[in-house]
Ligand binder design. Structure first.
Ligand SMILES: Nc1ncnc2c1ncn2[C@@H]1O[C@H](COP(=O)(O)OP(=O)(O)OP(=O)(O)O)[C@@H](O)[C@H]1O
Length: 472
C-alpha cells in the first residue's frame, strides 16, 4: 500500500514556480500512466500535488493549470465530460486533482479529504470511465449510510449521465438505480431482473435484502464505492453485511474498490485491515489531502456560554444578529430515558420555539430519523429549494450537500470530534469560494472542556462570543 500526503513529496517530483495561466495548452495526454507528478508550492495554483504531462511544463514551470477535462481525457466518455462542464465542473478541486489519476489508472483507493472537497465527483468520474454503457448489468455499486445521502449521490450521477446539449445522437445512456431504505423495493426487484441498471446507489440494508432475494448479482461489478466508510464500519448493525459485501459477493481481483470519507480515524490501521481482510488489493493507495488541516480553513468557529434555560433565547438572538442566508441547527438525539418519560424531543422544542418567535425570512424545517420516509423526503426537497433554517439531528451531518448553508449552530454539542467535523462540514461547501462561514456552539460552562478537546483533536480554534458583545 502507498500513501500520498499533501505534505510529502512523491519520488518523481518537479519543483514549480509561478506560471502564466494564459499561455495556450500545447497538447493533451491520453493515458494517466503517461503523466509525471508535479509538486507545486506556487501560491497562484491552489494545488498541493498534481499530475501533468510534460507539455504542461516549460523549464519546470507549470504553464497552465489542469482542467478536469485534461485529467480525464481519454478515460471518461466525452458526453460525461461535456455534461460536467455544463453543470459547472470545469477545474478540479484538490482531491480530484490528486485522486483522479490514481483512480483512472485502475488502482484501489482510500480517498480521505475534507468535507465539501468534491470526493463524490471524483468517484463518479471513475465509474463513468469504467462501465460499459452498452451492457445491461450492475457494473458499479455505491454504498451510502443514509437514504438522504443516497438520493443526493443518485441525483449528481443522473445529472452527469443525462443527455448533454449537442451530443444526443451519439451518446449512450446509462441507468442509475437508487435502492434506498423506505423505497419501493418490490418494484425495484422486477426492474432489476428485467433490465439491470449499470449503476446502483444503495443503503446496505436495502442492498442486502435484494442480494438475499437474488434480485441481481454482482458478477459484472467493476467498481465498488463505500462512501462515509468510517461511519459504515462503526455501526454494529451494518458491519457484518459490509464485510460480506466486500469479501463474498464479488472478488477484489475483478473490481476496483474505493473508500471515501473526510474522517478515517486510525487510517494506518484501516489500510492494514483493507489488505489483511482482502477488502482491497495489496497496492491500495491512500490519498490523504490536507492531513494537517482536517477542517476547511474558511470556516470560523465560535462558542457562546449560556445556561440551558437561556439556550433558546441565545439561539434566537444569534439568528437575528447573523441573518444567515441558510442555516442548520443541530440538536442531539432524544435519549431512551427521556422518551420513556414521555418528554418531547429537543427538536420539537426548538422547532416550536422558532415557529413562535423567529421573525426572519427563512422557512423553519425539520429533519430527524424518527420522521417517516415521506416526511423526510418532503423536508429534503423543501430544503433544496433555497434558504431555510433546518433543525436536524445528526442524520443531516454526513455527506449532506446544501452549498448555500452559511451558518451552523450546535444547539447541543455533538458526542465526538468526528461528529463535530461532519456537522461543521455542512457549511463552506463551495469549493472555490472563500466566503467566511461559521459554526457557533451554544454551551454551558461545564461543556467548555469538551469543546476544547475537539479543538485540539481537529486543530481549530474557537472564539468566544458574549451576549453582551453581540448586543452592542
Ligand atoms: N470540480 C468542481 N467544481 C465546482 N464545484 C464542485 C467541483 N467538485 C465538487 N463540487 C461541488 O462541491 C460541493 C461538495 O462536493 P461533495 O458533496 O462531493 O463533497 P464531499 O467531499 O463528498 O463532502 P463530504 O465529506 O461532506 O461528503 C458540491 O456542491 C459539488 O457540486
Amino acid at each position: 500500500m502507498a500513501s500520498f500526503h499533501g505534505s510529502t513529496h512523491p519520488a518523481s517530483t518537479v519543483k514549480l514556480s509561478r506560471g502564466n495561466p494564459n499561455l495556450p495548452l500545447i497538447s493533451r495526454f491520453s493515458k494517466p500512466h503517461d503523466l509525471i507528478s508535479i509538486w507545486s508550492t506556487s501560491s497562484y495554483f491552489p494545488i498541493s500535488l498534481c499530475r501533468a504531462p510534460s507539455p504542461f511544463l516549460r523549464r519546470g514551470v507549470l504553464i497552465r493549470a489542469l482542467s478536469l477535462r485534461d485529467i480525464c481525457h481519454g478515460c471518461v466518455p466525452e458526453h460525461i465530460l461535456k455534461r460536467a462542464e455544463e453543470v459547472g465542473y470545469t477545474m478540479p478541486t484538490d482531491v480530484q486533482r490528486e485522486s483522479l489519476p490514481v483512480l483512472l489508472s485502475g488502482q484501489d483507493c482510500v480517498i480521505h479529504a475534507q468535507t465539501g472537497s468534491g470526493k463524490t465527483l471524483a468517484y463518479l468520474l471513475l465509474i463513468f470511465s469504467a462501465i460499459n454503457f452498452q451492457r445491461s448489468a450492475v457494473q458499479a455499486l455505491i454504498v451510502v449510510p443514509t437514504r438522504e445521502l443516497g438520493m443526493q449521490v443518485t441525483k449528481v450521477a443522473r445529472t452527469l449521465a443525462a443527455k448533454s446539449m449537442g451530443l444526443e445522437a451519439s451518446q449512450k445512456s446509462c441507468t442509475i438505480m437508487a435502492l434506498l431504505d423506505g423505497g419501493l423495493l418490490k418494484r425495484h426487484k422486477s426492474w432489476l431482473k428485467a433490465e439491470p441498471p449499470q449503476v446502483v446507489v444503495a443503503t446496505i440494508g436495502s442492498l442486502c435484502q435484494m442480494l438475499d432475494r437474488h434480485a441481481f448479482n454482482l458478477e459484472a461489478l467493476r467498481v465498488l464505492v463505500i462512501d462515509e466508510v468510517d461511519f459504515m464500519f462503526n455501526s454494529s448493525k451494518q458491519v457484518q453485511s459490509l464485510r460480506k459485501l466486500l469479501t463474498s459477493h464479488s472478488s477484489i481481483e475483478n473490481r476496483q474498490t474505493v473508500f471515501a470519507s473526510a474522517s478515517i480515524p486510525q487510517h494506518n490501521r484501516f489500510l492494514h485491515d483493507c489488505v489483511q481482510q482482502k477488502w482491497t488489493k495489496s497496492n491500495v493507495m491512500h490519498i490523504h489531502v490536507n492531513p494537517v488541516e482536517p477542517m476547511p480553513s474558511h470556516v470560523h468557529h465560535k462558542f457562546m456560554i449560556c445556561g440551558k434555560r437561556q439556550r433558546l433565547d441565545a439561539l434566537l438572538f444569534l439568528l437575528q444578529k447573523d441573518a444567515p442566508k441558510s442555516g442548520i441547527i443541530f440538536v442531539g438525539e432524544q435519549s431512551e430515558k427521556s422518551k420513556k418519560a414521555g418528554k418531547p424531543p429537543s427538536t420539537t422544542l426548538v422547532i416550536d420555539f422558532l415557529k413562535a418567535t423567529y421573525s426572519g425570512h427563512l422557512e423553519v424545517l425539520l429533519l430527524e430519523a424518527d420522521m417517516n420516509f415521506n416526511a423526510r423526503a418532503s423536508s429534503l426537497s423543501d430544503v433544496r429549494q433555497g434558504g431555510c433554517l433546518l433543525v436536524a439531528t445528526d442524520i443531516a451531518s454526513r455527506g449532506f450537500d446544501l452549498p448555500q448553508t452559511t451558518h451552523i449552530y450546535n444547539f447541543d454539542l455533538p458526542k465526538t470530534a468526528v461528529d463535530y467535523l461532519h456537522r461543521a462540514g455542512r457549511t463552506g461547501r463551495l469549493p472555490f469560494s472563500k466566503e467566511v462561514c461559521s459554526v457557533t456552539n451554544l454551551i454551558t460552562n461545564d461543556e467548555r472542556f469538551v469543546l476544547r478537546k475537539f479543538e485540539n483533536e481537529l486543530m481549530f480554534q474557537c472564539e468566544e462570543v458574549c451576549l453582551q458583545s453581540l448586543a452592542l
